[in-house]
Design a protein around this ligand. Structure first.
Ligand code: PLP
Ligand code: COI
Length: 340
């Protein structure tokens, strides 16, 4: 039960909730959504998700608002991205109505696991789509499972909204230039594990990956997109191998609205020295300000936060975004849907 959850000290971990929901794709059709309290999945040992990586997921959040309403942030964008991931690795696409019904149901049935307003927590929603059909030769499955579980979470990086140190690496790539970096498939995360664990072991929050072909440009900041701010301009990488972050897309809109210019373009490693602020953004990370970036090969240290605090623009962006999500700031772009 949720009674003994310490809402104010949630980390980004798994806590069992009452139910998760599932729909199976068989004989070319999606079945009815079923709710279950089981945390287990049973599948054939030759399922394509286990051997050939037919697995994609999403990450989204529901928030308990100031007015006691449950707000779901930009769910349609997550649905579209899951569809794009499905096309990318030849999985059956989940129809929009099944996606939404599954999300609404899992959120409502686990309502008492949504962290109360004012605690800073949220309900993380994890849709998952996997190939369950058996194959031995390399080919796509004919059966799929779409499921959604939720879990209450706090900040992704233990620092919360405090600047973190990140480590720029060249000896590992997260994604190939024409690979799967732009979709949210499990393989990308497997590919990021070695750099990620090493970075943590060496005292950093996450690795910063470079675009793999030329190794000149910033690609991703661990499990999040990178942005830098200077001269009243919000700059974020343009790259075919990064995940199109819904948070970043929202921050670009907010940045413009707050009076910043927005640029999507290559960011060279050298340019890091010129930023007044930088951050990593994503559903889990929200905004994690980046205080320092250490180049693991050259030893160069890019000290972005001079005083150890988040910069003023990052703070404004963070407050506006979270304000919209918690129903404190007018949702003028219609990003939130009330779940009831
Ligand atoms: N980049 C990677 C590699 C991610 O895993 C995520 C998380 O979803 C993001 C960026 C941020 O995307 P979003 O803002 O849509 O959560
Ligand atoms: C998210 O931000 O939702 C993510 O998926 C990042 C990470 C937990 C994989």
């Amino acid at each position: 039960m949720s009674n003994n959850i310490d809402w104010k000290n949630l980390s980004f971990g798994y806590i069992k909730t009452d139910v998760n929901v599932r729909s199976y794709y068989r004989n070319g059709k999606w079945g009815q959504i079923e709710a279950t309290s089981s945390e287990e999945i049973t599948m054939h040992m030759a399922a394509t998700c286990l051997h050939y990586g037919q697995a994609a997921f999403e990450g989204m959040k529901a928030f308990m608002g100031k007015d006691g309403k449950i707000r779901l942030f930009r769910w349609r964008e997550n649905w579209k991205r899951l569809a794009s991931s499905s096309r990318g690795i030849l999985m059956a696409e989940v129809p929009e109505d099944i996606f939404k019904e599954a999300i609404d149901r899992v959120v409502l049935e686990n309502k008492h696991f949504i962290p109360p307003y004012g605690t800073g927590g949220s309900l993380y929603i994890r849709p998952l789509l996997i190939g369950t059909g058996a194959r031995v030769g390399v080919s796509p499955a004919d059966e799929y499972l779409f499921m959604v579980f939720v879990t209450p979470v706090g900040p992704y990086f233990k620092e919360g909204f405090k600047p973190v140190k990140m480590q720029l690496v060249r000896d590992y790539d997260r994604a190939a230039p024409l690979g799967t970096g732009n979709i949210k498939v499990g393989g990308n995360y497997a590919a990021s594990l070695r750099a990620g664990e090493r970075a943590k072991g060496e005292g950093f929050a996450a690795p910063i990956f470079l675009e793999a072909k030329e190794k000149k440009y910033i690609d991703e900041a661990g499990p999040a997109n990178f942005y830098g701010i200077k001269n009243n301009t919000y700059v974020t990488p343009e790259s075919a191998s990064i995940l199109p972050s819904i948070t970043n897309m929202s921050l670009r809109t907010l940045a413009e609205d707050l009076g910043l210019k927005v640029e999507r373009r290559h960011i060279t490693v050298e340019e890091l020295a010129t930023f007044e602020e930088a951050g990593a953004c994503g559903t889990a990370a929200v905004i994690s300000p980046i205080g320092e970036i250490h180049d693991r090969d050259t030893g160069d240290i890019y000290k972005i936060s001079k005083d150890g605090n988040p910069g003023p623009w990052s703070e404004k962006l963070f407050k506006t975004l979270q304000g919209i999500q918690y129903g404190e700031v007018e949702d003028k772009f219609n990003w939130c849907d009330i779940v009831e």
